[in-house]
Design a protein around this ligand. Structure first.
Ligand code: GH3
Ligand code: MG
Ligand code: MG
Ligand code: MG
Length: 337
């Protein structure tokens, strides 16, 4: 996203480097024994530094996550500290915290090694105070920038796998998970069930009340389905007014039980919707819309002596679809396996 990237860069250029972050100093020395340049930097730096001994890594969860580790490599072993930080990264909140290593002047070999161990940058003790401050700010700046991009990508990804109307996941999210579900079921020899749901005569809901009400009914039904299933069951908005439910560890009898219970619940609980103001109703005018659904169920059965071939995921979904079609043909408001 080149444009978004530029926009962030521009906003940050305007803000300059003014936003400093919290520094954590990792050192085997007491604060008063640490190199003079480092102490001067920390004195002028806004915000109190966190002082850590190498053994304090990885950080306890209740310690505020620093924006920068400054590793004092003038005493003790900078290699060791870098290694400890690298090891702590994988599972801690400091995964993206940059590291600036401060080394004795002339420690060139050590400098190369710490970079190999993942240090973000390094300076030597003869560094000027200005340069030290600039490098610290620059690392924090880059970290903040990367964090913004990560968050932006995360929310774009989230939007791509979520249905905006109902908040349910969509089929982009579902497909790889359904494949994994069927593979795991096969590997572990356990059943799983697929249920296809379609709202009955939904066109007439739209025709009678309008699309805005229709949308609200969809949201209400999505919630009903969701709240009547287990947390490990996956509910997907599969199409317009069609939902797919995937139930791990569930055979066809159990799945039919779930379907019957859900059908009964929905057919006995009208969906309450708020009337749009443009129809001239009172602001809180509610309408109860009676809804029924039809469901088709099919199960993946683990291979056994009786069934020497297993149905593929595609075949199970097709079977559920076919069962749904039959449920419609038999008069709707019913579940068929
Ligand atoms: P059946 O019992 O055979 O399923 O009848 P039906 O009317 O529900 O079936 P059909 O598939 O003919 O119509 C589905 C309707 O759902 C048509 C479409 O306009 C409506 N629909 C699909 N997505 C949405 C949506 O997001 N919002 C609204 N309001 N309507 C939708
Ligand atoms: Mg329908
Ligand atoms: Mg239809
Ligand atoms: Mg339909």
């Amino acid at each position: 996203d080149v444009e978004g990237d530029t926009a962030i860069g521009f906003a940050e250029a305007q803000a300059g480097f003014s936003a400093a972050g919290r520094i954590a100093v990792v050192s085997t020395l007491l604060p008063e024994d640490q190199p003079q340049r480092l102490r001067n930097l920390l004195q002028r730096w806004p915000g109190r530094p966190i002082y850590l001994a190498p053994d304090d890594l990885p950080l306890d969860p209740y310690v505020q996550v620093p924006d920068l580790f400054v590793i004092d490599g003038t005493d003790g072993d900078a290699r060791d500290i870098c290694r400890q930080i690298a090891a702590a990264r994988g599972k801690s909140a400091t995964r993206h915290t940059p590291t600036l290593v401060l080394l004795d002047s002339g420690a060139n070999e050590l400098a190369a090694t710490t970079l190999d161990l993942g240090a973000s940058d390094q300076v030597f003790t003869d560094v000027s105070e200005e340069e030290l401050a600039h490098r610290a700010r620059s690392l924090i700046h880059s970290k903040n920038r990367a964090e913004k991009l990560r968050n932006r990508m995360r929310s774009q990804l989230e939007a791509a796998i979520t249905d905006q109307l109902t908040g349910l996941h969509n089929r982009v999210y579902a497909l790889p998970r359904l494949i994994r579900l069927s593979q795991r079921a096969r590997d572990e020899g356990r059943p799983y069930s697929i249920m296809m749901i379609d709202i009955d005569h939904f066109k007439s809901v739209n025709d009678s009340y309008g699309h805005m009400i229709g949308d609200q009914v969809l949201v209400g039904i999505a919630q009903q389905i969701r709240s009547n299933l287990r947390a490990i069951d996956m509910t997907i908005r599969f199409g317009g007014e069609e939902f797919l439910v995937a139930m791990p560890d569930t055979d066809v009898e159990q799945a039919m039980g779930v379907a019957q219970r859900l059908l009964r619940k929905i057919s006995t609980t009208p969906v309450r919707v708020m009337l749009p103001l443009l129809q001239g109703e009172a602001p809180d005018a509610a309408l109860d819309v009676p809804i029924t659904i039809s469901a088709g169920v099919a199960a993946g059965i683990p291979a056994c002596a009786v069934y020497d071939t297993q149905l593929t995921l595609d075949e199970i979904c097709a079977a559920a679809d076919e069962a749904l079609y039959r449920a419609k043909g038999m008069g709707r408001n019913r579940a068929i396996a």
